[in-house]
Write a protein that binds this ligand. Structure first.
Ligand code: FAD
Ligand code: NAP
Length: 342
């Protein structure tokens, strides 16, 4: 077993896609489960806080961290089980999500196409039940394995135990910071399982022969749409959609629709409505708006960008401004989607 190298006073600027320059007291790259166990022992010995990072694409690091930061870089991908109709693929937490999607697409295993080009690691995908274009991780998920931070015990969570919901799971709620996900087993289909009802996808696929559609084509269309409107964090630091789409009851929806007949909203199975937060921001004048060198993206109002690498507290000041403006204009509270570390 190789003891992981624990570094001191390391900048996390290159480990978060908002490029915030905070430091961590200790930092370690984890490549094996044994190294993970050793790092947890270190945390116990020092009695210090723990920060787990994959790709750092869904966090706002608002201040220097006084504990140990783990960068999960474990690698492994193998078929765990195969049936006539499905492949159960075991993927280590440190594998890159998009590479995993494209690996499955190339193998002819279906289900993940709409989730192409989402940044980050496989281990973080269950945290917010990543979703795009009408598909969520939960639809292709079998189970995951994790380690209990307090006891070091190995745990297993099936789909139900993860309590997946819209951009949410038990790991953001009652088990927040309690477990480290070590691998995810994906359940993929050997036959197409398209989900093509999002307008952007429908439009991009309108000239394709649907009966001859391939997994590669769907993934490439998704990639092209995303590249046309989402900034690449390598060029313009960002954390994707910065606010969740608010879910409101039908009374609230009717009130808003009377005031704003063009309101973009989608009815949910329980009669509530999901409001497109991007539309609210756009109407309120936030699309492409700059304050203190921070901006909401000019192609997609939901994406907060940090081109000048401003600090976490400046990002949070900007966030407060946006939230209170939307609250004032629509009486709607926008919830921040990335995890904020203050
Ligand atoms: P990190 O940011 O490193 O971590 C996020 C949280 O998960 C942190 O609280 C961290 O502690 C925890 N965590 C990470 N790994 C583990 C682990 N192994 N065990 C336990 N906890 C862990 N999200 C979507 O849902 N849909 C999208 O379409 C989408 N598009 C995006 C586009 C862009 C340009 C960007 C920048 C982000 C986008 N996101 C999207 C958000 C983000 O990519 C996802 O949430 C992704 O799953 C985060 O992965 P990560 O490895 O970067 O997580
Ligand atoms: P879009 O396609 O322009 O759609 C705008 C909004 O309307 C989205 O928020 C989407 O909700 C909703 N929507 C559109 N068609 C819908 C339908 N048929 N049924 C239900 N809801 C519908 O969105 P976009 O900003 O370009 O993003 C495309 C997809 O990638 C979306 O699914 C989005 O969530 C995802 N994405 C997520 C992030 C992130 O960081 N979380 C970043 C970029 C893109 P949903 O968001 O609920 O799908």
């Amino acid at each position: 077993m190789v003891t992981p190298l624990i570094q001191e006073d390391v900048s996390l600027q290159h480990y978060n896609t908002l490029a915030v320059d905070v430091s961590t007291r200790w930092f370690v790259i984890i490549e094996t489960i044994e190294q993970l166990q050793e790092a947890l022992d270190f945390v116990k010995t020092k009695n210090c806080p723990l920060l787990v990072l994959g790709g750092g694409s869904n966090v706002v690091l608002a201040k220097d961290f006084t504990g140990l930061t783990l960068l999960i870089k474990t690698r492994d991908i193998h078929i765990e089980k195969e049936t006539d109709t499905q492949i159960f693929l075991s993927v280590a937490a440190g594998e890159n999500w998009h590479d995993t999607v494209m690996y499955c697409v190339d193998q002819g295993w279906y289900g993940l196409e709409n989730l192409a080009l989402i940044p980050g690691s496989v281990g973080a995908a269950p945290i917010q039940n990543i979703g795009a274009y009408g598909v969520e991780l939960t639809q292709c998920f079998s189970y995951l394995e994790a380690i209990d931070v307090a006891t070091g015990e190995r745990l297993s969570f099936d789909n139900q135990a993860c309590q997946f919901a819209y951009r949410d799971s038990v790991f953001k709620q009652s088990l927040k910071d309690q477990v480290i996900i070590t691998r995810v087993v994906l359940a993929l289909s050997k036959t197409p399982t398209w989900s093509l009802n999002y307008p952007a996808l429908q439009n991009a696929l309108k000239d394709y022969e649907l009966s001859a559609l391939t997994s590669q084509q769907v993934a490439q269309v998704v990639i092209a749409i995303r590249q046309s409107k989402l900034p690449d964090p390598k060029d313009i630091p960002n954390a994707g959609s910065f606010f969740k789409n608010p879910i409101v009851d039908s009374d609230c929806y009717e009130r808003l629709r009377e005031q704003y007949p063009q309101l973009v909203a989608y009815e949910q199975s329980d009669g509530c409505y999901k409001l497109a937060a991007g539309w609210l921001l756009d109407q309120a004048g936030w699309k492409g708006k700059w304050v203190n060198n921070i901006a909401m993206h000019d192609q997609q109002a939901l994406v907060l960008t940090n081109p000048h690498r401003r600090s976490g507290s400046e990002l949070l000041d900007f966030t407060d401004r946006v939230i209170s403006d939307i609250q004032q204009k629509y009486s709607i509270y926008l919830e921040v989607e990335p995890r904020i570390y203050t």
